[in-house]
Design a protein around this ligand. Structure first.
Ligand code: NOJ
Ligand code: MG
Length: 587
């Protein structure tokens, strides 16, 4: 007995000394889409004072960090990703003073604020673009300008190559006054900035420092792969994607406009800006998370290396891009291990379940699977990312062609907009069952309609219920404080096509087992393949639809899991002397 106690002390001491994790490495980052979180002034559009008034919700959920989609001055063609002044706040969202108040309140509550840095392009209404279009000295090369390849028989300028914009159509737009084309890899109103111009590069670094001085904890960096293009402007090759039309982005492959060597280097330079800031101030890490939908081998290059670090993490979108409602447990196992196989060992993992560019998790996988997926996000090692509303299981909202405002949807036209539009996942947060779901007092509707399901599906109901998606989310956030979840090993096993399981284990600490029945039939689950587990396991957490309750003991060799049910089971460590904190969780 004494020997075991000594061992426990030794293991504990040892883990204290080796637990050198930085503040962000086990956090769950909560993404707020500012137009849709909370409207304080009744104009139907969310704003900074609205966010400030609801920061407590983030705390209640158990979260400490939020990243905000862009809040800067913008004509709102791409709802903030078209910035006309990188140092100011968009008028519908408020003022710099509102930002400072939001920041102070976040600080008071212990919530870190991450801003969206959009370096690839500005708005065409940005002063720089106007100056550049006029060839004003010093600004001529702030954007990517190119002569026409020639002129057709009607005198119409011919674009320099076949490049398509992400939002459909040519990536080139002619400016008559300058008699040149400019590059826009997104909307026409989002001209690409020219990163081959050192003055522009410095300008963008200064903007990073400007917001750091305002107290932000770091940046989510938008559209990183697109920073540089090949200088000889070669045509891009065909993808032969049978679903893509010739004017669509997917019609081509993008080796000459995506993930160039210079692009990685730019990310490493920004990391140096952050690190220097940290070193010259308070030594608190300012983080950078990069958005790059790319091949996994390219994606991990954004991390940099020991001598030249890059992103603290680059979003792992595999739970969005590689899996969906038809995926089997084997597909999940393969995808989780895929990320971990390529992630350099010394880096922290991360898992993104949703964002403003993809359909909501409940709509991609089916509403019955929301809890199972939130549970998966929370038991996987490293960082998690939750899109606002996913903690209450919000679903996509049907948006008609007439209601469509997303530029990708609009460009695609009435017949194809449904394939591209991002409006369905951007509707107002569902606070309660009152007018406009408590999001806004507007009498003229909200910028996107509220989902019709709001009378039932809202935060207020979920707080009052005996159990709910939100209450499960809160408990998961508590569970994440367990040392095993923070630091333990991961082992994923598909026990059948429908039964996904994983264990988290750490010597001297309780083990946890995650079990998810992805299918619509009940399954008999046998956890014997996990030889390290004891014969009896305790049910710690369940999905809302579960038939077995918390605290029940189940047998490792066989227990029944109903359709779409998910469980987190625990096994007490032979070495742990005291009761688990989980014993207090459901008192
Ligand atoms: C990625 C952002 O997430 C998306 O919403 C935006 O349209 C493009 N980048 C362009 O900035
Ligand atoms: Mg408002």
């Amino acid at each position: 007995m004494f020997f075991i106690k000594c061992l426990v002390v030794a293991v504990t001491l040892c883990s204290v000394t080796i637990d050198a994790k930085d503040w962000w490495e086990n956090e769950v980052f909560y993404q707020i889409y500012p137009r849709s979180f909370m409207d304080s002034d009744g104009d139907g559009v969310g704003d900074l004072q609205g966010i400030k008034s609801k920061l407590q919700h983030i705390k209640d959920a158990g979260l400490n960090c939020t990243w905000l989609s862009p809040i800067f001055s913008s004509p709102m063609v791409d709802f903030g990703y078209d910035i006309s002044d990188f140092r100011n706040i968009h008028h519908e969202f408020g003022t710099i003073k509102d930002f400072e108040e939001l920041s102070a309140e976040a600080k008071r509550l212990g919530i870190k604020l991450i801003l969206d840095f959009v370096p690839n392009h500005s708005s065409d209404k940005h002063e720089w673009f106007q100056l550049s279009a006029n060839r004003t000295k010093g600004y001529e090369d702030y954007y990517v300008w190119v002569d026409a390849k020639g002129f057709d028989k009607d005198g119409k300028p011919i674009p320099p190559n076949n490049w398509n914009s992400n939002f459909g159509g040519s990536a080139w737009e002619w400016v008559e006054s300058r008699k040149q084309f400019y590059l826009h890899q997104f909307a026409i109103q989002q001209p690409d900035l020219n990163y081959r111009n050192p003055k522009l590069v410095q300008e963008m670094k200064d903007i990073i420092v400007y917001w750091l001085d305002k107290g932000v904890a770091g940046f989510r960096i938008d559209a990183v792969p697109f920073l540089f293009e090949v200088e000889d402007l070669r045509d891009e090759p065909r993808s032969y994607d049978p679903k893509a039309l010739p004017n669509e982005y997917a019609y081509l492959l993008h080796p000459y406009t995506n993930n160039l060597a210079e692009t990685y280097d730019m990310v490493y330079q920004w990391r140096a800006v952050l690190d220097n800031y940290t070193k010259s101030t308070d030594n608190v890490t300012r983080i950078m998370m990069t958005e790059a939908y790319a091949d996994i081998k390219q994606q991990v290059l954004y991390y940099g290396n020991d001598t030249t670090p890059g992103a603290h993490f680059t979003f792992n979108f595999l739970l969005i891009t590689d899996l969906n409602t038809n995926s089997t447990a084997h597909d999940f196992m393969f995808t989780i291990n895929k990320w971990l196989s390529y992630l350099p060992l010394e880096y922290t993992s991360n898992w993104v379940l949703g964002n403003h560019d993809n359909h909501r998790v409940g709509s991609r996988y089916g509403a019955q699977r929301i809890d199972g997926l939130n549970m998966l996000l929370m038991v996987l090692p490293g960082v998690g990312v939750t899109y606002y509303g996913d903690e209450i299981g919000m679903l996509d909202t049907f948006i008609s062609w007439e209601q469509t405002v997303d530029p990708i949807g609009l460009n695609a036209g009435p017949d194809r907009y449904q394939l591209f539009t991002r409006d369905p996942e951007r509707t107002p947060f569902q606070w309660d069952d009152s007018v406009n779901t408590g999001f806004s007092t507007s009498k003229n509707g909200t910028w996107l309609p509220v989902n019709e399901n709001y009378k039932d599906l809202n935060l207020k109901n979920q707080k009052a219920a005996s159990f709910s998606h939100f209450q499960l989310y809160q408990k998961l956030m508590v569970l994440r404080q367990e040392k095993t979840i923070r630091d333990g090993d991961l082992n994923v096993k598909a026990l059948s096509d429908n039964v996904l399981t994983l264990t988290r284990t750490l010597t001297g600490h309780d083990s946890f087992v995650y079990v998810f029945n992805l299918g619509g039939e009940k399954e008999n689950v046998n956890l014997e393949p996990y030889t390290e587990l004891p014969s009896k396991l305790k049910v710690e957490l369940t999905s809302v639809n579960a038939s077995v309750s918390f605290g029940t003991t189940v047998s490792k060799s066989g227990f029944t899991v109903g359709p779409y049910e998910a469980y987190i089971l625990s096994a007490q460590s032979l070495l742990s002397s005291s009761t688990s904190y989980l014993d207090t969780l459901f008192e």
